[in-house]
Each structure stands twice: as C-alpha cells, then as structure tokens.
Design a protein around this ligand. Structure first.
Ligand SMILES: Nc1ncnc2c1ncn2[C@@H]1O[C@H](COP(=O)(O)OP(=O)(O)OP(=O)(O)O)[C@@H](O)[C@H]1O
Ligand SMILES: [Mg+2]
Length: 354
C-alpha cells in the first residue's frame, strides 16, 4: 500500500480495524493481512494475505468487511482477492534473534503439568533478582498461567501506529502472554495454521527493549506452537522439565528430540517434584519415583540442572502471584530455584559473575 493515504483510505482502514481475525481480539489491519486497496468509482478492491487454507476464514472476514463499510457512501461494492501463503513461507528465512535480546531460552517438557511454568517464573524472577534484565513470555495459548503466577494485573499495550506490543512489568520482569491478546473467543477453536500465524506475529511484534535473557514458557507437547517457535526464534538453548516418573520422561525425550532436530542446545534437565519432606522431619518421600531425571540427563549427555522438591510453598506462592524465590527463597524449592538461576547465568554468560 502507498504510504500517502487518501481520505477514503483512512476511512476504510479505520473501519477495517473493527474487523477481527476469527478467534482473536486483534483486527485484520494490525495482523498485517491487508496487502493493498484500490477504489475505482465506488468499487473497493481489497487484497488480503492469509496463511490458512481454511475456506471459513476468508468467508467470515469477507462478510465482516462488507458490514464494516456499510453506510460509507464512497463504497458501494467490495471485491476481495485473497492470497493464501503457507505459514512455512515466512519461516523460510530460518530462526532469527529478537532485537535487543541477548539470550533466549525455552522452558519445555513433553508432558503437561510437570512444572514448566513454575520453573520459568522462578527462573525469570531469580535472574532479575540477580540484576539481569529479564523478559518472560508465556507461549501457552490454551492455558496461559504466567499472569497469574506473577500476580500481573497490568495489561499489555499496543503502540499506536506501529502496532507493536509492549509487555507488562511484574516483579522486575517484563511479561508477555499470548493469552493476553486473545479476545473472548475460545482459543481451543483456533486451528493449526491460525496458531502458527499468530505465534509468528506475536514473537515478532513484541517490543522487549533491552534484555539480557528472555525466558519462553512453552506449552506441553511438541505441536504447532512449539514447532513454530523453534522455527521462528533463534534459541540459545532449552531447559527440559520433567518429573521422575517414566510417563513424563518418555515425553521429555520427545521434546529433546524436537529441539535437537533443529539444532537447539539442550541446556539440561530439571527434575521437578523430586521428593517431599514432611515439614519438621528429614524423611524424604519419593512420590513420583526417584532418579528418573538424573538417569535421563546422563542418557542424553546433558547436565542435571536441579532436583526440585514438592513444596507446598511453591504451589501457594505461585497461586498468589509471588513466585517462591520472592515469597521465601529459603524454602526447599526456593533454594533449588536460586541455584538453577546461578547455573543458567554461568552457562549463558560465562564471563560475568553474580
Ligand atoms: N515443586 C513443586 N511443589 C509444589 N507444587 C508445584 C511444584 N511445581 C509445580 N507445582 C504446582 O503444580 C501445578 C502445575 O505446575 P505448572 O503450572 O508449573 O506446570 P506446567 O508444566 O507449566 O503445566 P502445563 O503443562 O499445564 O503448562 C501448579 O499448581 C504448581 O503450583
Ligand atoms: Mg505451563
């Protein structure tokens, strides 16, 4: 589109900003879907670029576009031309760094509920506590948890004009959550290609500013979101979280294999929920078995980064929006989280000491 806009273009763009991409609270203009527009007489011709082959999407958008220009006398009819570009096309340049961000790490697992978000939140906050500039990105579209875990009520801001997204700030950590950009529509209704497109746009449009470390909290599994992330962002490494039990280890192996396939370094394995010590005693109960994380780390020839005990304080502080390293870093899990952060600093920034 030409940068010099006529009055009709401004009016049309304004109206198109009211047309939401199906399943999202973002509009088709800020998503960059409108490639070109032309007005011949009273016929408006629009060129849209979509990444999904799903015919329901242009149909729905088309109807909303027509509704949006109703009542605007300069436009009597609308012709829409849609081009479908496969999402891989945008990833063909390969993974890239993010402006201003020194190191990007992903916290991942194969299995759900093993403590990725808890590890990511405590790691991010501990790194910030140690003086680094830290960002945390919740990439779980279907079950975002970081806004809750960091007690963040502040919303994100979309910069007028540039459409870039400015993260919130909580406990000294810049926070961004994909879930914050979704509207009331159920994210479960999103289909594969839409998820891919959204993830790519999201990762490119957030303005993180100057960061030492960006921690990505990945959703469980090795599906569309995870693949898009590893293809879009140049990761400095991945931390794999697992519990000691075989059912979690099997999935952790799949996650490790996915990262290795795209040459992402596995920084190590964190075993979570390793044991439980009844308060006031020294007796350890190995509820999910024992040593699974260590054995897997040895098998994969990667470091075991820590064994985090089951700690009611970790659960409670997460629910209350103050990660345990802030609430009480002397608790059994708090200490391991602090050590984990120190190890990460050593690995990511071998030349600085904290
Ligand atoms: N070491 C721990 N001690 C006590 N509770 C824990 C511990 N680690 C995690 N939890 C609790 O277990 C639950 C699941 O943890 P979390 O949300 O971090 O897992 P996840 O792997 O991110 O889950 P999902 O796969 O759904 O994203 C949370 O309620 C969290 O507070
Ligand atoms: Mg999670």
């Amino acid at each position: 589109m030409s940068t010099e806009k006529n009055a009709w273009q401004e009016e049309v763009v304004q109206r198109l900003r009211g047309v939401k991409y199906p399943g999202f609270s973002r509009d088709i203009v800020s998503f960059g879907l409108v490639q070109d527009m032309e007005l011949t007489g009273t016929e408006l011709k629009l060129k849209l670029k979509l990444t999904t082959p799903d015919p329901a999407v242009p149909e729905k958008i088309g109807k909303e576009i027509r509704d949006s220009v109703k009542g605007y006398a300069a436009v009597k009819s609308v012709v829409i031309e849609t081009e479908v570009a496969p999402p891989q096309a945008t990833a063909s340049t390969g993974p890239q760094g993010i402006e201003g961000v020194r190191k990007i790490i992903a916290v991942a697992s194969g299995k759900g509920g093993v403590g990725k978000s808890t590890v990511a939140a405590n790691l991010a906050v501990s790194l910030a506590k140690s003086g680094l500039k830290v960002g945390l990105c919740d990439c779980d579209l279907y079950g975002p948890s970081q806004a809750l875990m960091l007690g963040c009520r502040e919303g994100v801001r979309v910069e007028e004009g540039t459409e870039r997204i400015v993260p919130a700030k909580c406990h000294g950590v810049k926070l961004m959550s994909m879930g914050m950009l979704l509207g009331d529509d159920s994210p479960a209704a999103l289909r594969g290609p839409m998820v891919t497109r959204f993830t790519q746009q999201f990762l490119r449009q957030v303005v993180w500013g100057d960061l030492d470390v960006l921690v990505l909290d990945l959703p469980p599994g090795t599906g569309d979101i995870q693949l898009t992330i590893v293809q879009t962002v140049a990761l400095d490494g991945a931390v794999i979280v697992t519990t000691p039990q075989e059912v979690a280890l099997v999935d952790a192996r799949k996650a490790i294999a996915m990262f290795r396939k795209v040459n992402v370094t596995i920084l190590g394995v964190v075993e979570n929920m390793s044991y439980f010590t009844v308060p006031g005693t020294t007796q350890r109960h190995e509820i999910f078995g024992s040593g699974g994380g260590r054995k897997e780390a040895e098998r994969q020839k990667v470091p075991l980064l820590g064994e985090i005990p089951l700690d009611p304080e970790a659960r409670k502080s997460g629910d209350e929006g103050k990660p345990v390293v802030l609430a009480d870093s002397t608790t059994p899990s708090g200490q391991v989280f602090m050590d984990l952060a120190k190890t990460m600093v050593k690995v990511l920034f071998p030349n600085i000491s904290i």
